[in-house]
Write a protein that binds this ligand. Sequence first.
Ligand code: GDP
Length: 525
Amino acid sequence: MAELSKDIAARRTFAIISHPDAGKTTITEKLLLLGQAIQVAGSVKGKKGPHATSDWMSMEQERGISVTSSVMQFPYLGRTVNLLDTPGHEDFSEDTYRTLTAVDSALMVIDGAKGVEDRTIKLMNVCRLRDTPIFSFVNKMDRDIRDPIELLDEIEEVLAIQGAPINWPIGMGSLFKGVYNLYTDTIHVFTPGQGSVLPDDKRIEGLDSGAARDLLGEDYDSFVEEIDLVRGASHEFDLQQFLAGKLSPVFFGTALSNFGVREMLDDFVQWAPPPLDRETTERTVGASEEKFSGFVFKIQANMDPRHRDRIAFLRVCSGRYSKGMKMRHTRLAKDVKIADAVTFKAGERVLVESAVSGDIIGLHNHGTIQIGDTFTEGEELQFTGIPHFAPELFRRIRLKDPMKSKQLQKGLQQLSEEGSTQVFAPISNTDLIVGAVGQLQFEVVSYRLKDEYKVEAMYEPVNVYTARWVHCSDARKLEEFRKKAADLLSIDGGGHLTYLAPTRVNLSLMEERWLDIEFRATREH
Ligand code: GDP
């Protein structure tokens, strides 16, 4: 038990949120290098990684997108860090949203030249749903970036979170000399040209020292003034505020030159929360409870073409998984013995012997596991808080061969349970409508329908602007609404009543007209 608590307390499980090109892949690589998970930077799967192992993946590669999200684990300063990768392409943002429900904190990477960009804003909004603590890293200090004070203001204003600079950059671009830690009064000196190795750790103690004066030269006085200004005008770091998701410690650096990442990681493993307690429909599950529990936040198909199987990624929320244990799949009220849970190392699957709260394990899914499913050591629990967002794009799906409608339905049902798409069956006709957050999701669905279910399908435009999940506590009112709005109502893949609004105006009118009906833009699994 003491062993288990110790293992759990050492876990730090997080994901990186950023706008494309801000440097997520680069920083991931440096984190792995620092964690000694890889020897030389450059061996992480990049956007066109070397793991061309299936047709589906070759399609991904042609497009230069990495859809596969994996889990990276490495030890650092006595902690065990789990970094959950998220798809870089915006069209797969639903996957990213769900991955964010499986972490305890997040690292926000901002391109210093560009500031806060749209994708970051969206992802921050998702983090806010659970008040996830956020670390911030302002990247690309080796370039001429924007005024750091202005960037700090932008983080605070646009993201509505307090920013507490932990260190402050000394110069930028070709004049970048390092960062000054406002709390330890230490200068970390930048040495260029160490991008692909473990960088040296050159420090100068005290801004007041001779060495600091030498390093800064004629900029010394103005830098001291700037630091006074920064101390006066910015928020001070406060661990409680950070843990409450209200304040973000801000670090500066350059991921490409591997500088500032270690300084950030050193604090990250101290301050970022260990596995947090999680809500279920029945009770709060404590992360250090002895009995195992966890939920599925992602299902990945075709990880291995030889098996054609799907892997369900499960976040362990309490206790320990050990190989061969019996778990209860609570939605199905079924006990299963699991001896082949996997994890991923350098793109290869390896069997997991043991995993604790905070870790991610992959379960083989033969069509029985859905996103949001809970597994326990026997207790009837259902974890909550895994969001399902209203799609933004809709298509009617038509079969080339009408005899295959059974296969089509089965395929769409499974793909929707895996979260690859959302499917809606209108209550007034036999159409099938698919919804997605990004265009590429449609292509994935038609590819997989053909490849796995042998169904050729076409898309047709359909007049739907958005979907809203309908709720009403008054059964009579709901029935009345059901009759009146029948033409625009559907049942989604999870069996929920959904209103498919043709226009934004129509949605507003319906919301005004039907005050007893709730039109929800998200639903939980
Ligand atoms: P992602 O899309 O967020 O994963 O971004 P990448 O890590 O692929 O980086 C996007 C581009 O920015 C690549 O060309 C990187 O080499 C470059 N880049 C990343 N970090 C830095 C940095 O610190 N300085 C500079 N100059 N370029 C960087």
